[in-house]
Design a protein around this ligand. Structure first.
Ligand code: GAL
Length: 409
């Protein structure tokens, strides 16, 4: 591993922050002024920002390189391409060598990818699992060689080799989707009951369960008092799940539900889709197989480009936006701190000056072997009404000369 230059870290972080737009942080944590000019009272009890003294770096035998292995699940789902790019670019800016691989949503491929990263001298692994529970043995190998492991976006299960977890507040994603439906269907005030169907996520993705639980917990009062009905009676996590977050599987399942339970006189009011790839399948099924004339509420997540068009065209109602650039900023800062043999905690946020919300959590993410210390960012709801402001004015998305939308990398 090559010794890390602290000054370079600071420059890099400020560069990343300056590129992250200027959304103000809730509360006092993270505003530049707080970090650089701590108030008098603070300087007495608040420790000054930790400097990463290179001599403390001892994770793997020093081979003069800092190698980061980044293992992404898949290229078909739009977001992982962006995550991979952001992470690679930020670590490389830091003089780290990056090995970035995509596993085609195949468990064996991901295990081989990680093994080759270990063989190539990785000091840190940043992994988004295809199947969160399928990597415990290769992670054990990594740990035995002193390699640090960060679970990126999806928690790695049943392994004590996981040092940290970086993600968005996954439970809140489901809450935001459900709250949108409660609002849009006026469930708090209307007397009539409404009909909903669920299209949840990949059952081997630990996040899918949090999305589902957040949504169901929020809708429960209405499901219990009959204001919200599931005509197909498919409400459980597994029976509503979508393997590999597949658009086609989501489309086919909803087409069967529409043809089986929604004849002419039965209205469907909402489809709670856990993410945008499934929402795309749902809107296609509604276009081809729904006989009703009402506008069906459809939720989503990720702000994938095709779904931004669907929202502009009114086919999809909302998406839960998670700024991937910000998530990678946290992962890189965390990775560098770990490689400096530090044990980062909430101070990493306090000292960061990040222009976005992030909380340090040491209670909620039990991976079956340990409670993994987690850095959680805060997702937001994006609709036709705030889309320009939240996605384009912030610089996360742009339009090219022909007016086509693209995610800014
Ligand atoms: C989840 C992730 C979501 C969504 C989904 C499908 O793990 O948190 O943002 O992308 O995977 O890829």
């Amino acid at each position: 591993m090559k010794k890390i230059n602290f000054i370079a870290i600071t420059i890099m972080l400020s560069l990343i922050l300056s590129s992250c737009g200027s959304t103000q942080v809730a509360g006092e944590i993270g505003t530049n002024s707080a970090v650089q000019k701590p108030s008098a009272s603070e300087s007495t009890d608040e420790p000054l920002p930790k400097t990463y003294d290179q001599s403390s770096v001892k994770v793997r035998p020093d081979d003069g390189r800092t190698v980061i292995g980044i293992s992404m699940p898949d290229k078909l789902l739009e977001r992982w391409n962006h995550d991979g790019t952001f992470l690679k670019e930020h670590f490389e800016k830091e003089g780290c060598e990056v090995v970035l691989k995509f596993a085609n949503n195949l468990i064996d491929t991901q295990i081989n990818d990680i093994r080759s990263m270990i063989d190539e001298g990785a000091d840190l692994l940043v992994i988004t699992a295809v199947d969160g529970a399928a990597l415990s043995s290769i992670l054990k190998e990594a740990k035995s060689q002193g390699i640090k492991v960060v679970a990126y976006d999806r928690l790695l299960m049943n392994s004590d080799a996981v040092d940290y977890y970086v993600s968005y507040d996954n439970y809140k994603v489901g809450v935001l989707q459900a709250e949108y439906i409660i609002e849009a269907l006026r469930l708090k005030t209307s007397r009539d009951s409404k009909n909903i169907e669920f299209v949840t996520g990949d059952p081997v993705d630990n996040n899918a369960r949090y999305f589902y639980q957040g949504a169901v917990d929020t809708l429960l009062p209405y499901l219990e008092n009959g204001k919200l009905r599931v005509i197909s009676n498919q409400q459980g996590f597994y029976e509503t799940s979508t393997a590999q977050w597949s658009t086609d599987i989501a489309q086919q399942r909803l087409q069967i539900i529409l043809n089986s339970y929604y004849p002419e006189n039965v209205k469907l009011d909402a489809v709670l889709c856990a993410n945008d790839s499934t929402a795309l399948g749902a809107t296609r099924a509604l276009e081809s197989d729904y006989t009703g004339t009402n506008k069906v509420i459809v939720t989503g997540q990720d702000a994938d480009v095709p779904n931004i068009y669907s929202i502009i065209e009114g086919k999809q109602s909302m998406t839960v936006f998670k700024a991937l650039r910000d998530e990678s900023v946290v992962a890189v800062a965390l990775g560098l701190a770990i490689l400096s043999d530090d044990t980062p905690d909430g101070q990493l946020i306090t000292n960061s000056g990040w222009g976005f919300d992030c909380t340090y959590n040491t209670t909620d993410y039990d991976n079956g072997s340990k409670i993994v210390p987690s850095f959680l960012l805060s997702p937001i709801t994006v609709t036709k009404d705030n889309l320009e402001e939240e996605l384009f004015d912030t610089g996360y998305y742009a339009r090219n000369g022909a007016g086509l939308i693209y995610a800014v990398e």
